[in-house]
Design a protein around this ligand. Structure first.
Ligand code: ZN
Length: 141
């Protein structure tokens, strides 16, 4: 990943490169740069990905893996702080060669050509805490 441009005091454009795992690379970038509160949007392409749906009654994700070239028609989510560490919560709309789309919680993805991400960084951290009833680490401040 490399930092291409600083558009304003609180917005960064970051570019992920071919072969990088999207979720972990973005999370590491935020951890290293002490970004603990940001909103994410982006576009790009992946060579494989896993999307998921959270089953609230079972408190577990049901994932679907894709191993084909897909466009990231839309990437959205946020960066928050969980137990002192940066954490990314990302959703994506992916499209295949027939322009059929798949969408959901983005568990992981490998960048194909590129992935262009806009990070809107907040002055204060967004904090997450585990919620037993829901079974997820929800935003609590
Ligand atoms: Zn999600």
């Amino acid at each position: 990943m490399n930092l291409k441009q600083k558009q304003s005091s609180n917005v960064l454009v970051v570019v992920l490169e071919k072969g990088e795992e999207l979720v972990s690379t973005l999370t590491s970038f935020c951890q290293e740069n002490e970004i603990f509160g940001a909103w994410v949007s982006g576009i790009g392409a992946v060579s494989k990905a896993e999307l998921a749906l959270y089953d609230l009654s079972k408190k577990e994700y049901h994932g679907k893996k894709f191993s084909e070239p897909l466009e990231i028609a839309s990437l959205s989510g946020n960066i928050a702080k969980l137990n002192g560490e940066a954490t990314a919560h990302l959703h994506a709309v992916l499209s295949d060669k027939k322009m059929k789309t798949y969408a959901g919680h983005l568990s992981n993805a490998v960048v194909a050509a590129t992935c262009e991400v806009r990070l809107e960084i907040f002055d204060a951290a967004i904090t997450r805490k585990h919620n037993k009833e829901i079974g997820l680490n929800l935003i609590n401040g």
